[in-house]
Design a protein around this ligand. Structure first.
Ligand SMILES: NC(=O)c1ccc[n+]([C@@H]2O[C@H](COP(=O)([O-])OP(=O)(O)OC[C@H]3O[C@@H](n4cnc5c(N)ncnc54)[C@H](O)[C@@H]3O)[C@@H](O)[C@H]2O)c1
Length: 326
């Protein structure tokens, strides 16, 4: 019998790609939950869902993590073996003006997931954390053992809280839980609120792009397929072993820090034109640099991110042009 895997946030950027990759393995029946909220273009979420094979091994439920009653029913009926929680209110900057949305989905909603996993004896829970939990650190690269007590945004605070909530559930109820600290994931079907999407969109609208921190930021840009294959590898490795009670967090990243200015150059090369640029000071909530140490995950899995920034940007621009007929 195929093992049952629930992916929450499965209409999202990472969730939809993860569902696609897990379906390819053909060992799992994949269930997806998403509330299809309007944080960004719903059409893109629906298109991502339509790319998944509805007929075989995939079942979708439009459901909010905060609908406790329906969520409980759903867990009872489907008896999931594994849960991967990616549903969340994402975005650092939006959390400055809309903190309650983050409280509702990321804290209250995630608590419901923890409870259902506990009550239904789910064998393994994976959840999305974020590189933002590191805040601004003096030392690079960022290691999982570093102190993460000073988040710069409420978004980061909710992700750090998810880690602490999960740790306590794992210890108290002997559950197996893993936190995935994603680093700036980009690529086809990406999030419109993030670059490169927002930059390319402005380019075609002939609008300037805003470059924060005067372009001095550095980021560990992680191509979507690399991020997802890393998670699939980690997932299949860990569920294949016996654990009494397991709790760990892992950086999910390329493991390379690149200048925002280089990233913009690659985009301009692909677009065969220069952006109109507005340089702006650092934004409240933004961290200065990210650069992941990936040694911890390498001790368990073999996969190493393959796609470099130049070719990742090229793949994104090709997808964007085709998808939006530019
Ligand atoms: N993309 C990145 O670079 C990145 C970096 C760090 C962490 N993360 C985290 O990874 C996860 C996935 O990110 P993404 O980029 O795919 O974001 P996304 O916004 O594309 O996907 C999240 C999905 O969750 C759904 N959702 C939100 N609140 C919900 C709720 N209360 N109930 C049900 N569904 C809900 C949304 O409709 C959306 O489809 C998120 O938890 C995010 O915080 C992403």
């Amino acid at each position: 019998m195929k093992k049952k895997v629930l992916i929450t946030g499965c209409a999202g950027f990472i969730g939809s790609k993860l569902a696609e990759k897990l379906l390819e393995i053909k060992k799992f029946k994949i269930y997806g939950i998403d509330n299809l909220n309007d944080y960004y273009d719903k059409k893109l979420k629906k298109k991502r869902l339509s790319n998944l094979d509805y007929k075989s091994n995939f079942k979708f439920y439009k459901l909010d993590l905060n609908n406790k009653k329906l969520l409980s029913k759903n867990f009872k009926r489907n008896k999931y073996d594994y849960v991967i929680n990616l549903a969340a209110q994402a975005g650092v900057r939006y959390s400055i003006t809309n903190p309650r949305k983050y409280f509702d989905s990321n804290l209250s909603g995630y608590f419901n997931i923890l409870e259902e996993c506990r009550l239904n004896k789910v064998k393994f829970l994976f959840f999305a954390s974020s590189s933002s939990v590191y805040g601004d650190q003096k030392k690079m690269p960022l290691k999982e053992t570093m102190n993460t007590d000073t988040p710069k945004s409420f978004y980061a605070a909710t992700k750090k809280s998810n880690e602490i909530m999960s740790y306590s559930y794992s210890k108290i109820y002997k559950m197996n839980i893993v936190g995935l600290r994603f680093f700036t994931v980009y690529g086809p079907y990406g999030r419109p609120d993030m670059t490169p999407f927002s930059f390319v969109k402005n380019f075609y609208k002939k609008l300037p792009i805003k470059i924060f921190s005067f372009g001095k930021h550095k980021r560990d840009f992680t191509y979507i397929d690399d991020a997802v294959i890393t998670v699939v590898d980690l997932f299949t490795t860990l569920i294949g072993k016996k654990h009494k009670s397991f709790y760990e967090v892992y950086n999910i990243a390329k493991g390379k820090s690149e200048k925002l200015s280089d990233y913009i150059k690659y985009l301009e090369y692909e677009l065969k034109s220069k952006f109109k640029k507005i340089y702006i000071k650092e934004q409240l909530g933004d961290v200065k640099n990210t650069f992941a140490d990936t040694n911890k995950i390498r001790k368990i899995i073999k996969y190493k991110s393959k796609v470099n920034l130049k070719s990742g940007v090229s793949k994104f621009v090709s997808w964007y042009k085709k998808y939006y007929n530019n």
